[in-house]
Design a binder for this molecule. Structure first.
Ligand code: SF4
Ligand code: SF4
Length: 390
């Protein structure tokens, strides 16, 4: 019998560049069917402190304020979950003016003699700026959006990138807080995602400016401009999980992503394999614990579930419509598919041993799945516990 994961990530001719307007959040913004009612509830009731749920721990004004504080940089100085090309994520700048203001000498182009060493330097700088892990890949044009979408004007816009110039993508992940994530669904879990977006914008903007100062081109980006997960897979940062998320070896799916497109000559990383599809094939916990019924328990498929699935890749597509409908009707941001995932664990000797077995002995996966459940990992913790631990 054929192994059901033999087709994992195999691509077909149906694969095309994805229009950003079909991203589930952009569809919700534009009230696309069948998301109208959920979007109304999500965008208005979530923010209405007169509704009764504001008294529930994890949904109080204090919890919400933490989320809004976390989003402040992203929303006001980046817009990386919307259009990008703004503030920290501005594509190109008036570099001459900026260098004059910074009292820099006229720019000379840094000579890259060893692209592999240059990539290591870039990773070091990314880490100093706040990236948790960084990888490099060649920029596959298929992962760049076919067009962008601006929810404020409700219009598509062109994404014009000269792929003969921008040949590399520097992709990075920012770890989200374990403690806050374990309260999902709640405004506290929302807060850690929001804070990671803010940090990703900060990392991308500063790293892009490091590269520009070396005399090269750089487009900083968070969720805008191109699909993050395929780029991260190409850059060797992780594998794709049943939950539709990037699973990293260090943090599991508890990360947010960003990238810089550039012409800086860089040594590239290779995709990695550490047992994720084999483990997901047995585990299925995210599917069982998804309150929206959005994650499938079945086998890999290249068939899209709706227009928010990018067709042409064998994977476990997540039903974004069902996911967002849960968010809307619960008036809450959910991250249960991160919270319950056995890969979502802080580092430690026992957890590292489990990672070793998953990578090297897939016959042991069944035992790890059972042990993880018996030991109570992935259970929701209360918001009171989060605030009490000072
Ligand atoms: S965020 Fe929540 S509703 Fe959406 S897929 Fe994950 S578990 Fe399901
Ligand atoms: S919860 Fe289990 S099935 Fe889902 S992504 Fe994580 S390891 Fe895979």
């Amino acid at each position: 019998m054929a192994n059901p994961i033999d087709n994992y990530l195999v691509r077909t001719d149906a694969l095309q560049r994805f229009p950003q307007k079909n991203d589930i959040y952009k569809r919700a913004h534009r009230r696309d069917s069948p998301l109208e009612e959920a979007a109304d509830r999500y965008y208005y009731t979530l923010r209405d402190p007169t509704t009764p749920h504001w008294k529930i721990p994890g949904r109080t004004l204090k919890d919400y304020a933490y989320a809004m504080g976390s989003y402040y940089v992203e929303r006001n100085f980046a817009k990386g979950h919307l259009t990008g090309n703004f503030g920290l994520l501005k594509w190109e700048e008036d570099f001459a003016e900026m260098t004059k203001a910074n009292r820099m000498e006229p720019i000379h182009k840094y000579e890259v003699k060893d692209p592999t060493a240059m990539a290591e330097d870039v990773k070091k700088v990314a880490k100093k700026f706040g990236a948790s892990q960084t990888g490099v890949c060649e920029l596959n044009p298929l992962w760049v959006y076919a067009s962008g979408y601006d929810p404020e004007t409700n219009e598509d816009f062109s994404i014009n990138i000269d792929f003969s110039v921008y040949q590399y993508a520097i992709v990075f992940v920012v770890e989200m807080d374990y403690e806050a994530m374990q309260t999902s669904p709640s405004h506290l879990a929302y807060a850690t995602a929001a804070y990671a977006y803010s940090r990703a914008a900060y990392v991308a903007g500063q790293l892009a400016h490091f590269i520009r100062t070396l005399g090269y081109k750089a487009i900083p980006s968070v969720n805008d401009t191109a699909l993050n997960i395929p780029l991260a897979l190409d850059a060797g940062l992780g594998q794709l999980g049943r939950n539709g998320l990037l699973i990293t070896p260090e943090y599991g799916p508890r990360v947010r992503l960003g990238k810089i497109l550039t012409n800086l000559p860089l040594g590239i990383d290779k995709p990695i394999s550490f047992g994720v599809p084999e483990f997901c094939n047995i585990c299925k916990r995210c599917a069982k614990k998804c309150p929206g019924g959005a994650i499938m328990t079945g086998e890999l498929t290249d068939k899209p579930l709706n227009i928010s699935t990018n067709p042409g890749v064998f994977k476990w597509p997540v039903n974004g419509e069902k996911c967002f409908q849960f968010w809307g009707h619960s008036e809450l941001v959910c991250s249960n598919c991160i919270r319950v995932c056995p890969f979502n664990k802080p580092r430690g000797r026992i957890h590292d041993a489990a990672r070793f077995f998953i990578k090297n002995a897939s016959w042991f996966d069944q035992v790890i799945v059972k042990a993880d459940k018996l030991l109570g990992y992935g259970k929701k913790t209360g918001a009171e516990t989060f605030w009490a631990d000072r």
